[in-house]
Write a protein that binds this ligand. Structure first.
Ligand code: V47
Ligand code: SF4
Length: 384
């Protein structure tokens, strides 16, 4: 293609986006071509972002809990996992878990993000107990817990159906599910990364079932390793298709691969250009997912801020106790204060709004920061 052809093809896509027409697999692959100027893809994504979410930049006040890093699987991209007998391996006890709940409460957290390894010796009841224990002692904190990979493991452990497991966890206090474990759906890539864990069909079926029983979930894509543009767009289209059927995904989070201490450490970390292009292309392809998150822990603060002009409308939370990215070489701080997170959103020209996990506006007492309540859905504020 010569320069004029590129320009004509891009115009075609711009026309589609302006008239709210759906983009195709070929459109998405074209937008990944480095000869298509990044700023033009970004500008188009920003158009959609402002159409769907106005000028707002969402954040929340949250903490992480990784109850164990011991894992039966050996995903090649993972630096977090440990073998059972490795000195690095740990499994938290009730006291440590409750201390995390107490700290979260004192910091005004509205959400606990709970993911971890599949411990060889911990039964399903241990994972359920963590949810029950936190719900009993800290009922206000929303528990966003267990990826589809964990749910798939619980199915295997209990020999029950997906629906049974999810309803049982919901009864224990589970509020929603994070989007991890999706990686790249296409088998050409998935089989090279994590051939033993929940496959694509299982991941999608678990999220479909969660949506059916009223659990909202998030979705992700791990990029910047052995995949190419076709695999990434194929992944986004599979998510878009499920979202057409259920509407249960709240937010999409592109996850940039961090290579340090992994079996893929020879691969270079994706560049900021790749991060921003992926953010923008995701916004353009996923026309039916309301929010796109620029996860600052993984992108770094500067790229996350810039991403607010490339399709993203959310930058995740204050975060405490992040392990998965820091084990894999992330150099971002362990947490950000609320003032800092608001400043970085304002500096990007957006209006910071605190939300809860299911995207309701948070209201806090002026004189007591830890006293908060969830208000109306922020999506009602969206510009149509
Ligand atoms: O599935 C693991 C990813 C995921 C690495 O729902 C890595 O809001 C990059 O679920 N480099 C788990 N990525 C984390 C997760 C998550 C994260 C942020 C937000 C949300 C949400 C959910 O972390 C895994 C995998 O895709 N991951 N190791 C690594 N070295
Ligand atoms: Fe285990 Fe999750 Fe790491 Fe895979 S990504 S090895 S399932 S902890």
């Amino acid at each position: 293609m010569n320069t004029a052809d590129y320009a004509a093809r891009f115009r075609e896509i711009r026309d589609k986006v302006e008239s709210q027409e759906r983009l195709t697999l070929d459109d998405g692959i074209f937008l990944y071509d480095p000869k298509v100027p990044l700023q033009e893809v970004g500008e188009l994504a920003n158009l959609v972002r402002e159409r769907m979410n106005g000028n707002v930049g969402y954040f929340n006040i949250n903490t992480h809990l990784n109850p164990t890093n011991v894992c039966v699987y050996r995903c090649r991209f993972c630096a977090f996992r440990s073998d059972l007998r490795d000195p690095k391996g740990y499994a938290m006890n009730d006291e440590q878990i409750l201390a995390r709940g107490q700290e979260a409460t004192e910091n005004g957290c509205t959400e606990m993000h709970i993911v971890g390894g599949l411990h060889h010796q911990k039964p399903y009841e241990w994972y359920r107990h963590i949810i029950e224990l936190l719900t009993e002692h800290y009922p206000k904190i929303h528990l966003k817990g267990w990826t589809a990979v964990e749910i798939n493991w619980f199915e295997f452990q209990t020999k029950k159906t997906i629906e049974w497991v999810l309803k049982d966890l919901q009864a224990a206090g589970l509020g929603s599910m994070p989007g991890g474990g999706a990686e790249i759906f296409h088998p050409e890539v998935r089989d090279q990364l994590c051939e033993h864990k929940a496959n694509t069909h299982a991941w999608l079926e678990i999220h479909r079932t969660a949506h059916e029983i009223g659990l909202r979930t998030n979705c992700t894509m791990l990029y910047g390793h052995v995949e190419n543009a076709f695999h990434r767009i194929d992944h986004l289209l599979r998510l878009r298709e499920l979202q057409d059927r259920t509407g249960g995904f709240q937010v999409f989070i592109p996850l940039a691969f961090h290579p340090e201490n992994t079996k893929l450490s020879h691969i270079k970390k994706p560049s900021a250009l790749m991060d921003l292009r992926t953010m923008a292309v995701s916004r353009l392809m996923l026309d039916n997912v309301q929010h796109i998150k620029a996860y600052w822990i993984m992108l770094g603060i500067e790229t996350a801020q810039t991403a607010l002009a490339y399709g993203a409308d959310d930058i995740d939370g204050t975060v405490r106790h992040e392990l998965i990215y820091h084990d894999a070489g992330a150099t971002t701080p362990q947490f950000l204060t609320v003032d800092k997170i608001k400043d970085l959103i304002s500096e990007a020209g957006r209006e910071p709004i605190e939300r809860d996990t299911v995207y309701r506006r948070i209201e806090r007492d002026e004189n007591d920061f830890t006293n908060w309540r969830s208000g109306e859905s922020v999506d009602a504020l969206a510009v149509s």
